[in-house]
Design a protein around this ligand. Structure first.
Ligand code: TLP
Length: 347
């Protein structure tokens, strides 16, 4: 059976060009920093982000974990939007690896403001742990791929720095934000102390993420990566796919956004499903099916019977993510399956 897999953009398989680049990759031992392909990928990422250095890491989770560790001491606080990935979906890494306490803050639709964050910051107190780090996420996964504007990020970074805080960006999907905003990733991320972005989501690489920042920070990051078991050896076979991802796959993200729009508009027409297509700006859509009388797991099961995979994120909400391996035709097919599944649920 050929699945239409809308569970995540992590499910993409490497393109033929990636496979070829992987087969041909020149390699060396990256723990000795002697893998020419990893070095090229790191140089290229640093260049694209206008930074001194970049570090190739096995996953987004490890990239975020390294950055939190670099910016905090045990017993300090990290302020983060309450639905942030780093707080909710990284196995409490912040607490376990860094000994840091997450201080989650609510926001309107995931689009956190300085005012939201400021309330939670504690610089000096005889009782409370000191805040030293703020983490932002752009695009915001669990806010349905919501996009923080350049101006908003700039304001938050400037104010955080003025307060003596450091600021990290979980930019797993920063290229989606870049396409949606029409701004380069360098421009968007310049004021952050560190940025993590993923090669293995919308960009289609099989494995890998990057962190970027100053040379001094990345040197320390390399040591933390080793400590966490992320020192890879002939990782050039993976980096080769990452280079193809960076050079060839960023421009086409627009198609994923258009397909997400198509899905959102179709979904909005199905009775019992609530979604505002205007709020879908990138490749993630989250919709509510409370009024359909079905719970999200039931709908997920019914869709599966019709060849469509999508995850329930709670009993009344579902998430769909568009990517390189789903076409416009697939999205139309998925919509037909959704209509049938919701209709069947009514009987
Ligand atoms: N997100 C995955 C799941 O973990 C939910 C997905 O399917 O969307 N930051 C953000 C914003 C992410 O969305 C993810 C993965 C990560 C970090 C972690 O990246 P990996 O999976 O490479 O560790």
């Amino acid at each position: 059976m050929r699945w239409i897999d809308l569970r995540s953009d992590t499910v993409t398989r490497p393109t033929p060009e990636m496979r070829e680049a992987m087969a041909r990759a020149e390699v060396g031992d990256d723990v000795y920093m002697e893998d020419p392909t990893v070095n090229r990928l790191q140089d290229r990422a640093a260049e694209l982000f206008g930074r001194e250095a970049a570090l190739f890491v096995p996953s987004g989770t490890m990239g975020n974990s390294i950055c939190v560790k670099l910016h905090t001491e045990p017993g300090q606080e990290v302020v983060i939007e309450q639905n942030g990935h780093l707080y909710n979906y990284e196995m409490a890494s912040m607490a376990v690896i860094s000994g840091a306490l997450a201080r989650p803050v609510p926001s309107e639709g995931g689009l956190v403001t300085w005012t939201d964050l400021e309330r939670a910051i504690c610089l000096k107190s005889p009782f409370r742990a000191q805040t030293t780090l703020i983490c932002l996420e752009n695009t915001h996964n669990m806010a349905g791929g919501a996009v923080l504007s350049k101006a908003r990020m700039r304001e938050i970074c400037d104010r955080a720095h003025a307060a003596g805080l450091r600021i990290h960006l979980d930019g797993a999907r920063i290229f989606n934000a870049s396409v949606a905003l029409g701004e380069s990733v360098a421009e968007l991320t310049r004021p952050f102390d560190s940025v993590m972005f993923c090669l293995s989501k919308g960009l289609g690489a099989p494995v890998g993420s990057m962190i970027v920042g100053s040379s001094a920070l990345m040197d320390r990051g390399r040591r933390v990566r080793k400590m966490l078991g992320g020192g890879m050896r002939q990782a050039g076979v993976l980096a080769a796919a990452g280079l193809v991802a960076l050079e060839r796959m960023t421009g086409r993200l627009r198609e994923d956004h258009e397909n997400a729009q198509l899905l959102a508009r179709g979904l909005a027409e199905i009775e019992g499903i609530d979604i505002d297509p205007e709020r879908v700006r990138t490749n993630i859509l989250i919709f509510d099916l409370f009024h359909s009388g079905m719970d999200a797991q039931q709908l997920s099961d019914r869709l599966k019977q019709r060849g469509v995979l999508a995850n329930a994120i709670n009993p009344r909400q579902m998430r769909m993510v568009t990517h390189y391996d789903v076409s416009r035709e697939d999205c139309l097919e998925a919509l037909a399956a959704l209509r049938q599944a919701v209709e069947a649920g009514r009987h």
